[in-house]
Design a protein around this ligand. Structure first.
Ligand code: CA
Length: 230
């Protein structure tokens, strides 16, 4: 059984998430503060975390940051503020996805399934484990490892999948929609901008000068591609 840690101080929402995700067959653990979340994470090693930004004490962003230092568990952030900055921040700190409150509980269920499927697929894919290289960039799917010039690069699972797709076919242009489908398993309308944020963060991790990328290139009006000769 896959285990999900839900972190939210508002008991009504926490219980709603717990009841719904339990009904889908997941094992649920509840935490109501950031500290409880960090303790539960260490104790249980959950398969996925649903994490509210606004928490008393250690807030959700700090919780995500500390958990990211330890591993690649997928994180779906919940945010009350509908501002782009908040959403972007969620991705900057390494969240794999986010939902703005008030959210549909079914939508959360769909996102949870999609993120877990993506994670499982990238862990277990047979025959898709070919190591991809481009100049001094190496992506090893089996080990979920990316390095450039011998230096390991840390990416979230969403960033990893985007990079893997682009790198599988240097020179081929992928639209934002193709990329979001790849990372979510389905098309969610209006979230194509999410791809731009992932790309920005991949460049930050990968490129010598993220403002003038050599590897991950923008194709205006079309999408993104990996350079054939970076
Ligand atoms: Ca809250």
């Amino acid at each position: 059984m896959q285990r999900i840690l839900v972190v939210e101080d508002e008991r009504k929402i926490n219980d709603l998430v717990k009841d719904y995700l339990s009904s889908l067959g997941y094992g649920l653990t509840q935490a109501f503060t950031g500290q409880e979340a960090l303790d539960a994470y260490k104790r249980q090693a959950p398969d996925l975390i649903v994490l509210d930004v606004m928490l008393p004490g250690v807030d959700g962003i700090e919780v995500a940051r500390r958990i990211r230092l330890e591993g690649g568990v997928p994180i779906i952030m919940l945010t009350a503020r509908d501002s782009e900055a908040d959403k972007l921040l969620g991705l900057e700190i390494g969240a794999d996805d986010y939902l703005t409150k008030p959210f549909s509980i079914r939508e959360l269920g769909a996102r949870v399934r999609a993120v877990l499927r993506r994670f499982a697929a990238s862990d277990a894919a047979v025959g898709e484990n070919e190591v991809l290289t481009l100049a001094d960039l190496i992506l090893d799917p089996a080990r979920r490892r990316v390095e450039r010039g011998g230096r390991e690069i840390t990416l979230t699972s969403a960033q990893f999948e985007i990079l893997r797709l682009l790198l599988s076919n240097p020179g081929k242009v992928y639209s934002r929609r193709e990329l979001i489908e790849k990372i979510s398993g389905y098309d969610y309308e209006g979230y194509e901008r999410t791809v731009d944020v992932h790309v920005k963060n991949i460049r930050k991790a990968l490129e010598d000068d993220p403002a003038n990328p050599r590897f991950l290139l923008t194709v205006w009006g079309a999408g993104y591609k990996m350079a054939e000769r970076p």
